[in-house]
Ligand binder design. Sequence first.
Ligand code: V0V
Ligand code: CO
Length: 142
Amino acid sequence: MLTRIDHIGIACFDLDKTVEFYRATYGFEVHHTEINEEQGVREAMLKINETSDGGASYLQLLEPTREDSAVGKWLAKNGEGVHHIAFGTADVDADAAGIRGKGVRVLYDEPRTGSMGSRITFLHPKDCHGVLTELVTSATEH
Ligand code: V0V
Ligand code: CO
């Protein structure tokens, strides 16, 4: 069951400048940063609030580590902006299987490693009314 908005992924050209914008404008602080080589991103997680399922909602600021990555390609075409939304679930395998059964393309056969040790998969934006949609089970849930 999808129980929270886990994060909103925002693509940017310069992670440090974008982090500074969110700090100076809204007062949001960096909760975590990492490089995910498989996904081709350097990212910062800004924690916005905790959620009633025991998780939290974040902004995920994403800078590409290479031009041919998903975020690199998207930035070249669209410029900066909202890249994806992510719903949180205690069981990404079960939710991905259920959604696949409804005819929506799930991009990975098995969930992959996401931010902070989470397990993630993605739904094709063309099957989701133009929204690249991620499903996340956080490290504390699996
Ligand atoms: C592409 N399209 C999008 C989109 N990216 N539509 C909405 N939102 C997006 N973010 C549209 C694009 O405009 C095209 O439509 C069509 O899909 C095909 O796009 P493309 O440019 O040819 O690119 P593809 O097909 O090579 O790749 C698109 C997909 C790719 C979605 C398959 O981006 C992907 O595998 N994404 C999943 C991985 C990912 O995004 N990783 C970065 C975040 P038209 O022009 O044909 O109409 S990593 C992350 O979130 C982590 C680590 C985490 O949360 O922990
Ligand atoms: Co994400």
